[in-house]
Write a protein that binds this ligand. Structure first.
Ligand code: EAX
Length: 323
């Protein structure tokens, strides 16, 4: 009958409506990056915002250009949940969770293929899990890149040439020890550092090519050495309690959006590296493209015998990464 048919249509609509409509909790997600637009972190942050906002009712507010302070300070704000998420360089994490320093272990990765295999496999998962001790939910790894040395004093070809250089390092236990061991004079500082380089408070710094390009470090640094001494990831994190307070579907949507954004951003970084190098050279920097890396490796090797790697949790994580 018509009545039965009508009822069937009605029930069908109700059924499919219930099965497909998801009511997003919605709300504003504050996300912090220390860098300015055009930077690797920002490429990932903007992609994440676009994906989340197109897939849900959430709004992502990006705080960038050091408006929340240094990366260490952003991490503290994430711990307090005054900021929910961040895309933060792996270096500064080791103050919060010592195991994080295995990513930045010198000369650990030969190339991007090795990076992806390790970070996207069980080792990466184990590291993200360890961050929960510091109340961070680790969602994905995006990429800062392989770090290279620049300075304003002399061409650096072998490790002996870094002797005594006043070098800015990240607010990371590992990075400070690394440059001390290599013979330089390291000072931990937050980002950015253009003024300090310009005024000569420091002679040197180390960062991936996009940083040297995007922050115009070629204006204040004469020499670059393609050391690639450390691979620098971004660890894309959320406040753990906040994340777990969300509905399961919302957690999945956010985690997936960050994974997608990170994959997109890693590709962006790799596609542009050669171009960044060409632009840096064209801007007038003197670049040593084939330094004596064996000399750097030999000196860096003592790191694993130092106190900062003796922690059994760090040893264990390093084994997982090396396997
Ligand atoms: O992400 O502090 C650093 O050296 C970082 O690599 C920089 O902020 C770019």
């Amino acid at each position: 009958t018509r009545r039965q048919a009508g009822l069937l249509v009605f029930l069908t609509v109700v059924f499919f409506g219930m099965a497909t409509a998801h009511t997003w909790a919605g709300g504003v997600i504050k996300l912090g990056v220390v860098t300015k637009p055009g930077s690797a972190q920002n490429v990932c942050a903007e992609k994440f915002k676009e994906l989340v906002e197109s897939r849900s009712d959430y709004e992502v507010k990006i705080f960038h250009s050091a408006s929340l302070g240094t990366e260490t300070e952003i991490l503290q704000q994430i711990q307090m949940n005054s900021v929910q998420m961040g895309i933060i360089t792996s270096g500064p994490f080791d103050v919060f969770v010592p195991e994080a320093r295995v990513i930045d272990y010198p000369f650990l990765f030969a190339n991007s293929r090795e990076v992806d295999a390790v970070l996207d496999g069980p080792a990466g998962q184990a590291l993200l899990k360890a961050l929960e001790r510091a109340r961070f939910k680790g969602l994905a790894f995006s990429e800062n890149g392989f770090r290279h040395l620049t300075n304003n004093v002399r061409p650096v070809h072998r490790v002996e040439d870094v002797k005594g250089l006043k070098i800015r390092v990240m607010e990371s236990v590992l990075h400070k020890e690394l440059w001390r061991v290599l013979g330089a004079n390291p000072t931990p500082m937050g980002w950015p550092i253009y003024t300090e380089l310009q005024q000569g408070t420091i002679d040197a710094q180390e960062n991936p090519l996009w940083v040297i390009w995007n922050y115009k470090l070629y204006e204040v640094q004469k020499y670059m050495t393609l050391t690639g001494h450390v691979y620098s990831a971004h660890i894309d994190v959320a406040n753990l309690q906040w994340f777990h307070s969300l509905a399961a579907e919302d957690q999945d949507m956010i985690a997936q959006a960050m994974k997608d954004a990170a994959a997109y951003q890693r590709q962006w970084n790799r596609d542009n590296e050669a171009d960044f190098l060409a632009k840096i050279k064209a801007a007038g920097m003197m670049v040593d493209e084939a330094p004596d890396l064996a000399s750097f490796r030999a000196k860096a090797a003592v790191l694993k015998d130092l106190e900062i790697y003796k922690d059994p949790k760090v040893q264990e994580m390093l084994q997982i990464f090396l396997d």
